[in-house]
Design a protein around this ligand. Structure first.
Ligand SMILES: [Fe+2]
Length: 386
């Protein structure tokens, strides 16, 4: 949950005369979400943010659904999503419902254009690579293990330091926040939260770019990309203040909560939205009751699907899992540790596992892109001697 923040020059009062050194007025823009009731920022541009020169032909990037209604534990080899030069083309949507899209991208090149998701907050989890997220609010450097939360409506560019990049992403049609139970009435993260404000990476290095020309902004709305050309650079911002801005958080700054006996998945929770939660499984000490079973118990997530994205380390409850692999354990049927994993966990002192879990509260549909990287017969992987 972002706090009030400001970079650059902002007038003493909102909605009053404020002039640039050349005498022109700053062009004030309220960037607001959820009508006028959500998070917003006031942004001071050099030029009006409305100067569209031309519009290109819109094109659909709607995911094609392969499995509309399944009840199948499935797995997908995320590392087999091919690297592609272009960022937007490299994004492969794998799992969708009405509230969210989940996908993977392996872009090789920085974006020469600008991109804006008009109806979804985006969460990018950087599995491989490093670079800079550039926005009109300032820049955020990112590296392995960083979550980037980019609120809807934020025009952005990604520059990469190398060609080897791998990103897990979520598009959420409701805002993404930190868990409500970790915040007080004023939004401050409480003492029992596994992270605090100091761990949040806010935009820095606001650069006001005064440039005229042709600037391509690809705007995504309802599964369609609308190519727009503006005559001024979108990062022509002298200053801004408010609560609507992108931020980053490293999974390595998530301080795990541990206990004497097995702690339930919500203690790993990092973000929440109306229709899903995101959790971080990080290296930690295991349960310290002398007879504790560190592996999780079998469980029936009756009304929630469960996605695990394996980032690094040995995942103690699963056999034969590779980095970048995804498992989908659907609501409605139980799942649990793989054969041997419970016994194997007894007496273990710590785990090095690193994984991102996404629990959607609505059933996920499986896309054709996901079926291309499916691990066949994963649903049989709990059979003895599988
Ligand atoms: Fe589970």
């Amino acid at each position: 949950m972002p706090h009030y923040y400001s970079l650059g020059i902002v007038p003493e009062k909102r909605h009053i005369v404020s002039r640039q050194p050349n005498g022109d007025l700053y062009q004030e823009e309220l960037v607001g979400t959820q009508g006028f009731g959500g998070l917003s920022s006031l942004v001071y541009h050099l030029y009006p943010p409305t100067m569209v020169k031309q519009k290109g032909e819109p094109y659909s990037v709607k995911p094609e659904i392969a499995v509309d209604n399944g009840l199948n534990a499935m797995s997908f080899m995320g590392c087999n999503v091919p690297a592609e030069a272009d960022y937007l083309k490299s994004r492969k949507t794998l799992l969708v419902n009405d509230a969210m899209h989940i996908g993977l991208a392996a872009p090789m090149l920085s974006t020469p254009y600008f991109y804006k998701n008009a109806d979804a907050d985006e969460m990018l989890f950087i599995h491989e690579g490093s670079g800079t997220l550039k926005t009109m609010y300032g820049n955020i450097d990112f590296k392995y293990g960083d979550y980037l939360i980019i609120p809807r409506g934020t025009v952005y560019q990604l520059t990469f330091n190398d060609t080897q990049n791998r990103i897990l992403y979520v598009e959420s049609f409701d805002p993404i926040f930190t868990p409500r139970r970790y915040r007080n009435d004023f939004g401050q993260l409480l003492e029992h939260s596994p992270f605090c404000e100091r761990d949040i990476m806010r935009p820095k290095n606001l650069q006001t770019i005064n440039e005229m020309g042709e600037f391509d902004i690809y705007i995504k709305k309802k599964g369609v990309i609308f190519p727009y050309v503006y005559i001024n650079h979108p990062f022509d911002v002298a200053g801004w203040d408010g609560y609507h801005y992108p931020y980053g958080f490293s999974i390595f700054n998530f301080e795990p909560i541990t206990g004497r006996i097995h702690m339930p998945p919500p203690i790993h929770q990092t973000f929440e939205s109306k229709n899903f939660v995101i959790c971080s499984f990080v290296p930690r000490l295991y349960d310290y009751h002398p007879d504790a079973i560190p592996a999780p118990y079998h469980h029936s997530n009756i009304d929630s699907d469960e996605i695990l994205y394996y980032v690094d380390g040995d995942f103690m409850s699963r056999n034969n899992i590779k980095k970048g692999q995804i498992t989908l354990h659907p609501g409605g049927i139980p799942h649990g540790p793989h054969p041997g994993a419970i016994e194997r966990s007894i007496g273990q002192k710590e785990t090095k596992e690193l994984a991102v879990m996404i629990d959607p509260f609505q059933q996920l549909k499986i896309t054709k892109e996901a079926m291309n990287i499916e691990v066949k017969d994963y649903y049989k992987s709990w059979l003895p001697n599988h």
